[in-house]
Design a protein around this ligand. Structure first.
Ligand code: ATP
Ligand code: MG
Length: 204
């Protein structure tokens, strides 16, 4: 297609890790994608039980993690829209930006299982092809999806989650090799995921 084949990888990316990157890279290879756009969410309604890191930190970590891959880029559509992110809005905005492109929405087995809870299901499938990727600990077959609307693919198994990365930082355990080196350094620099928040420097 003239507008190209574009993968879309949505996520909280708090922080982005090698599970996200491998999934995007593998799907790009399997489906001949020209580009994968990573789209960090606004304040996600699924995760209101915990404070999500500031959008700018999640955005910058995503930029750092993807910068070296010429086919990867990052979009601010969900962050700039503000409020909770709905996949229908993400896809509508990206479709408006690239009307001639073929869109492929990439999602892990756990998020795919929630697909039926997303609003405007049929419109979602009209806007993009959905690609469900394997993720250790989750079973794609359990997703109860309508027939034929989603491609299910196996990607190299990375037993990594952002929750575990945050937990590790909180316990003083390393996240080297789970997230890109630049992201390890960014987490340190911004003191993200510390169990005990550092006291603000008092005014003098
Ligand atoms: P959290 O633990 O905070 O939920 P996460 O590791 O699940 O973080 P998200 O930002 O929630 O990361 O996920 C973004 C997308 O990447 C989702 O579609 C998710 O299913 C997928 N994904 C995350 N980790 C992996 C992994 N290790 N392998 C395959 N897909 C993954
Ligand atoms: Mg998740």
């Amino acid at each position: 297609m003239a507008g190209g084949r574009i993968g879309i990888m949505g996520g909280t990316f708090d922080p982005i890790h090698h599970g996200h990157l491998v999934a995007a890279s593998e799907v790009a290879g399997l489906f001949g994608l020209d580009e994968v756009i990573f789209v960090p969410t606004g304040q996600p309604w699924q995760k209101t039980e915990r404070a999500v890191s500031p959008a700018e930190d999640r955005y910058l970590m995503t930029v750092i993690a993807t910068a070296s891959n010429p086919r990867f880029s990052v979009s601010r559509v969900d962050i700039d829209r503000g409020g909770p992110t709905y996949t229908i809005d993400t896809l509508t905005d990206l479709h408006d930006q690239r009307p001639d492109a073929d869109l492929f929405f990439i999602t892990g087995a756990d998020a795919l299982a929630q697909i039926v809870t997303w609003r405007d299901n049929q419109r979602l499938f009209d806007l993009a092809h959905f690609i469900g990727v394997t993720r250790p600990g989750f079973h794609l077959a359990d997703s109860h999806l309508p027939e034929g609307v989603v491609s299910l693919v196996e990607v190299p198994a990375m037993a990594i989650s952002s929750t575990d990365c945050r937990d590790r930082v909180g316990r003083g355990m390393p996240v080297w090799y789970l997230v890109p080196d630049g992201v390890v350094q960014y987490i340190q620099k911004r003191s993200l995921y510390r169990e005990v928040p550092r006291r603000p420097v008092p005014d003098v």
